[in-house]
Design a binder for this molecule. Structure first.
Ligand SMILES: Nc1ncnc2c1ncn2[C@@H]1O[C@H](COP(=O)(O)OP(=O)(O)OP(=O)(O)O)[C@@H](O)[C@H]1O
Length: 282
């Protein structure tokens, strides 16, 4: 079990957002959190990554209880909760290099160059985050999750500000990560992303002031094959929980089964050369 949440409770004043909330996520499972604005998706994710403190309950990652000092958890958990947390003085490529090195990659450059190519930020690799467009900042935030080892990936509306092509890329990338054994929990309002990536959908419904907490609906999918209409309407599907078998355990990105845009670049493209030059000029 990669993630185990037991009896989680979080209330703000008189409004209970989560109560007696349980969740188990195994390797190779992708759980999509859906529900209306204010349903509690971000609150749950913030608790999972340690950015918010639940009023009650426990969160375990690979058997280790989440505490502020749980280094093992930070090592295993990649997160994209928002895209505002960048060092203003570090360039795009420097951010990714730093993160990869901090997580133990001795030679991060090939990994960093590949993900830069994948998120189409090679032309911007020498820019500071403040000079990126909002969609490019989101792409950088997503790239930070893919340059480091990971067993659990937590994402809050990762589709935000991505263009259509970006959402298609993200859907494919997350599906591939899930098939390679990564456990994923993500909140999304994008049916195509949920449809492609999720093996389970948790439809949250927090209480409004003075109303009882709405039940959480858990829909497990044998194959993530809902139509967008199903996802929006929350149509129940058939499979048992855990029906999706993990292909293999992975802590780092495995070689892709299908060619990615960044593969087969030979020799170095002008864009790659510009990345290398930007590295040299730093
Ligand atoms: N620090 C806080 N203090 C008071 N209320 C809060 C706080 N954080 C969140 N809330 C409330 O908790 C509820 C759940 O918010 P949350 O951000 O988790 O919703 P969400 O499902 O992620 O919504 P959205 O789809 O709009 O992103 C909202 O009513 C919000 O106003």
């Amino acid at each position: 079990m990669v993630l185990k949440v037991s009896g989680l409770r979080r209330a703000f004043g008189p409004v209970t957002i989560l109560d007696k909330f349980n969740l188990e996520v195994r390797e190779g499972e992708a759980v999509a959190l859906t529900g209306r604005n204010g349903a509690g998706k971000s609150t749950l994710l913030r608790c999972l990554v340690g950015a918010d403190k639940p009023d009650d309950g426990t969160i375990e990652v690979n058997g280790t209880k989440l505490t502020e000092s749980a280094v093992e958890i930070r090592r295993d958990m990649a997160t994209v909760i928002d895209d505002l947390d960048f060092f203003p003085d570090l360039s795009v490529v420097e951010h990714l290099d730093l993160l990869a090195r901090a997580h133990g990659l001795s030679d991060p450059e090939p990994v960093v160059d590949e993900i830069l190519h994948e998120v189409q930020l090679i032309p911007q690799s020498g820019q500071l985050p403040g000079t990126l467009s909002s969609g490019q900042r989101r792409r950088l935030a997503l790239a930070t999750a893919f340059v480091r080892p990971r067993k659990l990936l937590i994402l809050d509306e990762p589709e935000q500000r991505l263009d259509t092509e970006g959402i298609a890329w993200l859907s494919g990338r997350l599906k591939e990560e899930r098939e390679n054994g990564l456990a994923i929990v993500f909140a999304s309002h994008e049916p195509s992303l949920v449809n492609t990536v999720a093996t389970r959908i948790l439809h949250l419904g927090a209480a409004r002031a003075g109303e009882p907490l709405a039940p959480t609906r858990d829909e497990s999918l044998a194959e993530p094959s809902l139509t967008p209409e199903d996802v929006v309407a929350g149509t129940p599907t058939t499979a048992e929980p855990g029906g999706q078998q993990p292909a293999q355990k992975t802590t780092q990105k495995q070689p892709a089964k299908k060619p990615r845009p960044s593969q087969g670049r030979k020799p170095k493209t002008p864009n790659q050369r510009s990345t290398a030059n930007q590295r040299r000029n730093r």
